[in-house]
Design a protein around this ligand. Structure first.
Ligand code: HSE
Length: 436
């Protein structure tokens, strides 16, 4: 059989990695697929100076529309990222009847419904394995391997840059900005690194996972998003003392009231496997009603790990390239006429446990006053840690772990505690999950 012809949009970190893997592993891929994959046309910035593909056999351009309009190209691989240009290119490729592979989580999370509708009408596929957790085949696991299950919840470390920063801060006491710079140099961080540290990138990925898990539409705008930029070494150390680690988690859970969809720093027991996922590695813990907990681990960013997922999508696309869409796995794992309108819960309605830290006067009755306030709001305290005042200071640090309670109750209780004469400044609050 003739080689299938692909067009690559972007030859940066992921595009370069994808071309490298396709060329280096061409024999292995052909042996698995039964036909070769030819990089037929590539668009990239400063394309004349690239050294990865052979200009004698591959057309090169700086105009990505030349690739999506090239009649020879059967599969368009979008690796430029961003929303606007990427969306226009993907929509044009679909209009031209080409299958699409993309690593673009922002694009899928925000424009996915429109893209998938157009793809369904055209009878072409849109694959996005690399959009979530880099090299981990989590989309395939969710859509196929776990298809028998009712998914109950997912908790994932789904941003490599954030995990790298938290790990280096904890293990080496390194400065936030210094670690972020290294993540950028290594090609892990987004073009705008606030996407990593403020949780937007993780929220894009969680939006996709929730849709695959529960058969709901992609609803990025309803995902509660809180970053790691306010996490201090002090809280990292107190958490360790109490037997927890702080991880930046994406959590989605189906409850009787609706679906939780939230990204925030989270204390998790240090004995959980996922608490020990460090550096740029990602991990996704999925709880299914039949299978129980399953954990998927691997590199969440970087050129070749991400390319591994992109190339797997190209291979999958080629395997069923001539099949009608109803013979393929549905784009979001559920049949489009079986999607559900289960509501996404506002963060105020979410139930979780909390780590609370406050500075209080070191005098009798303060602890009782604070505990009483929480009790009045039906919040049970599970553990209390009191740190002695530093020499010359009169206030202590009180750290409290609560049992599960509703976020709105905690908000009210914190406001009252912050108003007490014996408590100084703001109460630090980090959510806590036992993941059992
Ligand atoms: N910036 C992302 C991360 C890249 O750090 O995980 C992979 O999506």
């Amino acid at each position: 059989m003739d080689a299938v012809k692909v067009g690559l949009l972007g030859l940066g970190t992921v595009g370069g990695g994808t071309a490298t893997v396709l060329i280096r592993n061409a024999d292995e891929i052909k042996a698995r697929l039964g036909r070769g994959i030819e990089i037929c046309h590539v668009a990239g910035l400063d394309i004349a100076s690239q050294t990865i593909v052979d200009p004698a056999t591959t057309k090169l351009t700086e105009d990505a529309f030349e690739v999506v309009n090239d009649p020879e190209v059967e599969i368009v691989v979008e690796l430029i990222g961003g929303y606007t240009l990427a969306k226009d290119l993907v929509m044009k490729a679909i209009e031209n009847g080409k299958h699409v592979v993309t690593a673009n989580k922002a694009l899928i999370a925000t424009h996915g419904p429109e893209i998938m509708k157009a793809a369904t009408e055209q009878g072409v596929s849109v694959c996005y394995e690399a959009a979530v957790a880099g090299g981990i085949p989590i989309i395939k696991a969710m859509r196929e391997g776990l298809a028998a299950n009712k998914i109950q919840w997912i908790a994932g470390i789904i941003n490599g840059t954030g995990n790298f920063i938290l790990t280096e801060m904890r293990d080496k006491g390194r400065d936030f900005a210094d670690v972020l710079r290294e993540a950028q140099e290594l090609g892990y961080a987004e073009a705008d690194p606030t996407f990593d540290v403020e949780g937007i990138d993780a929220a894009h990925k969680l939006t996709i996972l929730a849709s695959l898990a529960f058969g709901i539409e992609l609803q990025f705008e309803k995902t509660y998003t809180e970053g790691i930029s306010k996490i201090t070494t002090e809280d990292v150390n107190h958490a360790e003392e109490l037997g927890y680690r702080i991880k930046h988690l994406g959590i989605t859970r189906k409850t009787d009231k609706g679906i939780e969809l939230r990204v925030h720093p989270t204390l998790i027991p240090e004995k959980r496997l996922i608490a020990n996922v460090d550096g740029v590695m990602n991990a996704v813990l999925v709880q299914g009603d039949a299978v129980g907990p399953t954990l998927y681990y691997g590199a969440g960013a970087g050129a070749e790990p991400t390319a591994s997922a992109v190339v797997a999508d190209i291979i999958d696309t080629v395997r069923t390239i001539d099949a009608p869409l109803h013979h393929k796995v549905p784009l979001l794992g559920f049949q489009s006429n079986a999607m559900r309108d289960t509501p996404v819960l506002p963060i105020e309605d979410v139930e979780t446990a909390y780590y609370l830290r406050m500075e209080a006067e070191d005098k009798p009755g303060v602890l009782a006053e604070v505990s009483e306030t929480f009790a009045k709001h039906s919040i049970s305290i599970e553990a209390v840690l009191q740190k002695e005042p530093a020499s010359g200071e009169s206030s202590v640090h009180l750290i409290m772990l609560t049992q599960k309670c509703v976020e709105s109750s905690v908000n009210h209780a914190i406001k009252v505690v912050e108003g007490l004469d014996s408590v100084k400044g703001e109460v630090v609050r980090i959510r806590m999950e036992h993941l059992d």
